[in-house]
Design a protein around this ligand. Sequence first.
Ligand code: AMP
Length: 216
Amino acid sequence: MATYIVLLGAPGVGKGTQAEILSERSGLAHISSGDLFRENIKNQTELGKLAQTYMSQGELVPDDVTIAMIRDRLSRPDCKAGAILDGFPRTPAQAEALEKMLNEFHGQVDVVPLITAAESVLKERLNDRWTCRAVGHIFNAKSNPPKHVGICDIDGSELYQRDDDKAATVIHRIQVYLDQTSPLIDHYREVGKLVEIDGMQSIEHVTQDLLEALKK
Ligand code: AMP
């Protein structure tokens, strides 16, 4: 049966970085809803145009289009063995839709690691974050710098600071997480799928804790 992992946590906590590592180690597909939206923006699709109006404000893109995009992505052949979901679900309605979708694919959400960190750390990390233009590899000027300033170690593309990583939008994104996404914590705890991971540790230690959680 396929394995589906939902990474939960506030913006800047390290979901994207850890999802990349876990995907490499497990061979499961890494699905980042934010990356999918950014790809649509880059390709100037209708979905991209719509998403951009919400993303630039730090608001969530409406559930219906987000759910349809994830359904399409999960239906692709590289998700046959399962997936690591990074940034989805972000609302109770998305969580419900995910459950139904995975039922159709004869699977379920297996485990939900919740990565946590203090709000001051989230703000600092987002402020120092650099993202690669090509596919969204993530670096941090202080804790995980690229070998050459401004260039992605992995694919050599340009690194840029996301507009929504700038201070004013970050504060709003964290509030949106607390208001709209944090109810999912109780939901996944109640169904026995939540595992809390201390995201204040080094990248390597967080990965170790995640791998331990996934073994169980
Ligand atoms: P992320 O890259 O996960 O930080 O997401 C960047 C932005 O994309 C968010 O601030 C939202 O505007 C949008 N977004 C990503 N995932 C979702 C989702 N599951 N539901 C709604 N909006 C999303």
